[in-house]
Write a protein that binds this ligand. Structure first.
Ligand code: OAD
Length: 238
């Protein structure tokens, strides 16, 4: 029998127990930095050095972080289920935990690409360069002679992977959302593409920006919440 499909949507909260800061709430990155300065397309053209420095720092923190039990539990679901992870995170902790199908909605911190003209709109996957955890500075150029920029979906830019994500959610038998405040669209609206009969679980210790009776809220941190989710999965459906 074909394995049942689970779509997992993750946000910064899944990596919090690995020591990576979330964006909102106390201790969040957007309390310390202005996202319009360090994570928007306008901010990039205003001050490339500042933006490069912000992502150099994130890359360094990522080099020191390890996947936690929640990333490992999500990867472990692949033993019994057909799992696709859709993540808003720019870290690589799902891949390092062993998840084999990971779709990054907001880009990847370990990658860069050339900026292609003012307010660049398009790029080819062939232009994307994996720099690992190395810093990238002003004056570091791509083979086409352009400044390298983070391979990140800045605020103000389109989300190229959103249609793939919608198809994954629409085809899922179960949807699991972990550690996202559901403040940022279009990612926050993805669960609405799930079929009516598809149960939607959310693991987050706090309230999130969406109230929908369709969502079963497991009010726990990601590591503990994954244990609860797995026991519910065994109990209830397949
Ligand atoms: P947020 O910082 O908005 O939300 C993080 C969520 O994680 C909150 O709801 C917290 O309650 C929850 N949380 C905290 N610790 C947790 C834990 N140990 N286990 C589980 N949950 C926990 O982060 P995102 O929703 O991911 O985009 O933010 C979405 C996007 O906004 C990011 O991808 C980023 C940001 O601006 C870009 O930079 C393009």
């Amino acid at each position: 029998m074909a394995k049942k499909k689970i779509a997992v949507l993750t946000g910064a909260g899944v990596s919090a127990e690995s020591g990576l800061a979330t964006f909102r709430g106390s201790g969040g990155l957007w309390g310390e930095y202005d996202p319009q300065e360090v994570a928007s397309i306008e901010g990039w053209y205003r001050n490339r050095k500042l933006v490069l420095g912000f992502y150099n720092q994130l890359r360094k923190q990522l080099s020191e972080a390890k996947p936690n039990a929640a990333h490992l539990a999500i990867a472990g679901l692949e033993k019994d289920y057909d799992v696709t992870v859709i993540t808003q995170n720019v870290d690589n902790l799902h891949e390092r935990a062993g998840s084999t199908r990971v779709l990054h909605l907001h880009g990847e911190a370990t990658k860069v690409r050339p900026e292609n003209g003012e307010y660049d709109r398009t790029y080819s996957e062939k232009e994307v360069i994996d720099v690992g955890y190395e810093p990238v500075n002003l004056g570091d150029l791509a083979p086409n002679g352009s400044q390298l920029r983070p391979h990140i979906v800045f605020f103000g830019e389109a989300v190229p992977n959103i249609e793939k994500a919608i198809d994954i959610v629409a085809g899922a038998d179960v949807m699991l959302i972990v550690g996202t405040s559901l403040n940022v669209y279009p990612a926050a609206g993805l669960y609405r593409y799930a079929k009516n009969e598809t149960p939607v679980y959310l693991i987050d210790p706090e309230d999130v920006a969406i109230y929908d009776p369709k969502i079963t809220h497991i009010r726990e941190v990601a590591t503990k919440g994954m244990e609860t989710f797995i026991s519910k999965l065994k109990e209830c459906i397949f």
